[in-house]
Design a protein around this ligand. Structure first.
Ligand SMILES: Nc1ncnc2c1ncn2[C@@H]1O[C@H](COP(=O)(O)OP(=O)(O)OP(=O)(O)O)[C@@H](O)[C@H]1O
Ligand SMILES: [Mg+2]
Length: 366
């Protein structure tokens, strides 16, 4: 089957990144499987591609940790090419101990948002689990869903104005108490920006809630069900300005704002109850995979493709679920980079290109 026209094809160049040998790695447009023993550099390869596409690592917020020991900076560049077109885009990210610098086709991007929208990558990490990782991890997912929707250009600005007003309100409550004179002004901003934030979030979250159960059914072969609900506070259409005013006393005592868009959340439920307390580790992994596939589905709705980075995706799954995952990757025909220590038969069959990672060197096995 032909790859979709919007499939990206990256060529990755790394220098002085983690334990990886300097040089070029050429991925194919389908399923790329990286195999090798522990501590050889498999996750580092996925991480390098993630850095090239997003400017930050999924493993650390400190760029120094990702620079090869003894080096002063790391350079990662990826050539991104849309399948049907000849013109490619070159993304370049230099990490220094103090931060990073970015180039798109040798020019500085106007904003970081412009940079990360170019090449969507979705990563699955072995220790990640949306139901148990807490609300901030789930809100990051919500933010990404908005980011992938090109009609939502004002979202980051609204979030930043909202956060600023949140800090100001907390500070006034802390220093001057619930009768602070300018609380009204900041609560007005919180209410109007909350409305704007929810408006931006609504389409992506609705799509996620609708398509997630379908992805769970596909990955589990029908043996598992899980629903997602968007939990907004307030849940009803009550006026946020009024609610904020009513809660001043209690919020001053608790030193927080107990209602608003910053408390948005997703709730994952199986027929037995909350997924966080009822799912086995294997089921949590299926759930996490389903979340990435649902996100990818949302991108495709906007005619964008995403590179899936599945780090050690196979570790905890049984043969039945591995076969389902391999089937889904093959039928989808998007670009995937999957790392595994054990080469399972299902992935040997699914792999369009197989790499062996050994002491930081990445070699094509077939
Ligand atoms: N900044 C760095 N410079 C040099 N080497 C590093 C740096 N950071 C980590 N390493 C080393 O890189 C090696 C590869 O790590 P990586 O996490 O990529 O391995 P892996 O192949 O994914 O292993 P596993 O199968 O255990 O997940 C490790 O030995 C690690 O200690
Ligand atoms: Mg690893």
């Amino acid at each position: 089957m032909a790859s979709p026209a919007w499939c990206w094809s990256p060529r990755l160049n790394v220098a002085k990144f983690r334990n990886l040998a300097d040089g070029e790695i050429g991925f194919c447009e389908g399923v790329n499987v990286l195999t090798g023993a522990n501590a050889q550099g498999k996750t580092s390869v996925l991480e390098a591609l993630y850095v090239a596409a997003t400017s930050h690592s999924f493993r650390t917020s400190r760029s120094l940790e990702a620079i090869a020991h003894g080096a002063s900076e790391a350079l990662i560049s990826a050539e991104i090419k849309q399948r049907a077109e000849d013109l490619g885009t070159a993304l370049k990210c230099v990490l220094t101990p103090k931060g990073r610098s970015l180039l798109v086709d040798d020019k500085k991007p106007k904003t970081i948002e412009n940079y990360v929208r170019i090449c969507p990558v979705l990563v699955l990490q072995p220790n990640q689990s949306l139901p148990v990782d807490g609300p901030p991890a789930r809100r990051k997912l919500i933010d990404r869903l908005v980011l992938w929707d090109p009609s939502n250009q004002g979202y980051l600005r609204a979030l930043s104005d909202y956060r600023h007003a949140l800090l100001q309100r907390r500070e006034i409550l802390r220093t001057r108490g619930p009768r602070g004179s300018d609380l009204d002004a900041f609560e007005d901003i919180l209410a109007s920006q909350s409305e704007q934030i929810w408006r931006c979030r609504q389409p992506g979250v609705a799509h996620f809630c609708a398509f997630f159960p379908e992805q769970i059914a596909l990955l589990s072969g029908g043996s598992m069900t899980c629903e997602v609900r968007h939990r907004r506070r307030p849940e009803s259409n009550d006026d946020l300005r009024t609610l904020l005013r009513e809660r001043r006393e209690v919020d001053a005592r608790m030193q927080r704002t107990s209602i608003g868009a910053h408390l948005d959340d997703l709730e994952f439920r199986t027929p037995l109850g909350l997924a966080s307390v009822n799912c086995s580790q294997g089921q949590l992994r299926i759930l996490e995979l389903a979340a990435r596939f649902t996100e990818r589905h949302w991108l495709e709705k906007h005619e964008r493709s995403a590179i899936l980075l599945l780090d050690d995706a196979t570790g905890i799954l049984d043969a039945h679920h591995l076969a389902k995952l391999a089937e889904l990757l093959v039928s989808h025909r998007g670009q995937v980079l999957l790392s595994t220590t054990e080469m399972h038969a299902a992935f040997a069959r699914a792999a369009d290109r197989l790499f062996v990672v050994d002491a930081g060197r990445v070699k094509i096995a077939h």
